[in-house]
Design a protein around this ligand. Structure first.
Ligand SMILES: [Zn+2]
Length: 117
């Protein structure tokens, strides 16, 4: 999976986006933007008042015309953090339930934290 940088200083003609939160928790959002090569499962770094904020691309669809324009469904995905139990420095995020939206951070050591939105 690839991380695409749309943070401050990396936005411009043909590489920009419009962001729309789709719930009150900030966990889910949609965005429309421009730029080729983004796939489901990639990450986007978006500009949050000058700070890069990471989102997971749950699904993305490119328009037929113009072909570099996309519409994506995003999940808030803070950048990797160390496991609070043993310090393992990586985690994966995935959607556990369709209706009850749950974020589960799982580190490679097997420890995890859940937070229901
Ligand atoms: Zn651990």
């Amino acid at each position: 999976m690839t991380t695409h940088d749309y943070s401050a200083g990396h936005r411009g003609w043909g590489h920009d986006y419009v962001f729309r939160p789709s719930d009150d928790t900030g966990q889910e959002a949609t965005a429309q933007g421009w730029g080729r090569g983004i796939e489901d499962g990639d990450f986007l770094l978006l500009d949050n008042g000058g700070q890069p904020t990471r989102y997971y691309v749950e699904s993305i669809n490119y328009y037929r015309d113009p072909p570099d324009m996309w519409s994506a469904k995003l999940l808030f995905a803070p950048r990797p953090s160390n496991c609070p139990d043993c310090g393992e420095p990586d985690w994966e995020m995935y959607r556990v339930a369709e209706r009850n939206f749950i974020l589960r951070k799982t580190w490679k050591c097997g420890h995890f934290r859940e937070a229901a939105a």
